[in-house]
Design a protein around this ligand. Structure first.
Ligand SMILES: CSC[C@H]1O[C@H](OP(=O)(O)O)[C@H](O)[C@@H]1O
Length: 341
């Protein structure tokens, strides 16, 4: 079983999060007792990754019901608290999607909401395993090499989902088939999800990998050191434009120039058919201090401000494949995301 980022803890009957800001050095869990605590955990990326945010959003509705019962909130006050969870981060469609999967059951009571939230988690992990199989089949049919060398950006692993992972789920599937040679993991400034979290997952499972600075990705690809790039996503627009961690579009540009596949792995819950194109995706702007400092130590001069968009958009024309549990779409050929998927 892969590392668990999120669970509904039977011992406390509360949402329990693995605090990803403490990894890889410490394995610390947060018992979420209030909506404020969950919103804060999302804001500081203690829980992060689009599918994981969907699960946290769904389970957070139970947290809102419990806090409302303790504090005597009206039905409207409970819904206002649920809305705060859904709005805690703007780019990943999964957060609001996860809340929406269960909020309509509130009038059926806590048990119904918790059962539905748990189902969101189970279905996410199942989707990740299915898309990993489909993605490995797609890649192995196109890359003529005994074992693949893969570049990935950020963390789209078990820590970013309910389990197994999306981009790293595909990596795990390749490794299980003995078709993986090496993973180049971009460190992913400024919060180092790659160096801290992707490396943590791969090291735990003995999957061969190296960590590289983000600035090395393009030359690693252009030097012919990788056979493909596989990344996750936070929101996929109807036309196949893909929002993902800042730095992803640079990887896609290099893949197109080098003629290697740029693959996006994501559950269908990340596809947002209501968003026509990447131009309509809100990009989260985070504090510039995350760029000008690291681990509390300022690295830029006092007079320098940080510019910190957390995501970028890769145009559909640069995306070789979007792999979901419903199948593979090839946006670079003009294919669009459709409900039948
Ligand atoms: C499997 S989706 C993971 C996705 O989420 C990450 O963003 P963040 O760490 O800020 O939540 C990044 O975009 C990953 O690709």
């Amino acid at each position: 079983m892969t590392v668990r980022a999120i669970e509904w803890d039977p011992a406390t009957d509360r949402l329990r999060l693995l605090d990803q800001t403490k990894l890889p050095g410490e394995s610390v869990h947060l018992d979420i007792k209030s909506v404020d605590a969950l919103v804060d955990a999302i804001a500081i990326l203690a829980v992060r990754g689009a599918p994981a945010l969907g699960v946290a959003g769904a389970m957070g509705v139970v947290t809102a019901l419990d806090e409302g019962a303790e504090r005597g909130w009206s039905a409207d006050e409970v819904l206002e608290a649920v809305d705060r969870i859904a709005a805690a981060r703007p780019t990943a469609v999964n957060l609001a999607w996860g809340v929406d999967q269960v909020r309509g059951l509130i009038d059926q009571g806590r048990d119904a909401v918790l059962e539905a939230a748990r189902r969101v988690a189970v279905e996410d992990e199942a989707a990740n395993r299915e898309l990993s199989r489909l993605g490995a089949d797609w890649l192995l049919a196109r890359v003529d090499r005994p074992r693949l060398r893969v570049l990935t950006h950020c963390n789209a692993g078990a820590l970013a989902t309910a389990g197994w992972g999306t981009a790293l789920g595909l990596v795990r599937e390749l490794a299980s088939r003995d078709r993986l040679e090496l993973v180049y993991a971009d460190e992913t400034r400024p919060l180092l999800q790659g160096a801290r979290l992707t490396a943590y997952e791969l090291a735990q499972e003995g999957i061969p990998h190296v960590v590289q600075v983000d600035g090395a990705a393009a030359s690693t690809i252009l030097r012919g050191l990788v056979d493909c790039a596989i990344v996750g996503s936070d929101r996929i627009a109807a036309n196949g434009d893909v929002a993902n961690k800042i730095g992803t579009v640079a990887v896609a540009l290099a893949c197109r120039e080098a003629g290697v596949p740029f693959v996006v792995a994501a559950p269908w819950s990340t596809v947002d058919l209501a968003t026509a194109s990447g131009e309509d995706i809100e990009i989260e702007e985070r504090s510039g201090v995350e760029v000008t400092s690291y681990a509390g130590v300022r690295v830029a001069p006092a007079g320098s401000e940080g510019f910190n968009p957390a995501f970028d958009v890769t145009p559909a024309r640069m995306v070789s494949a979007i792999v979901t549990e419903r199948g593979v779409v090839e946006p670079a050929t003009g294919q669009r995301m459709i409900e039948e998927g």
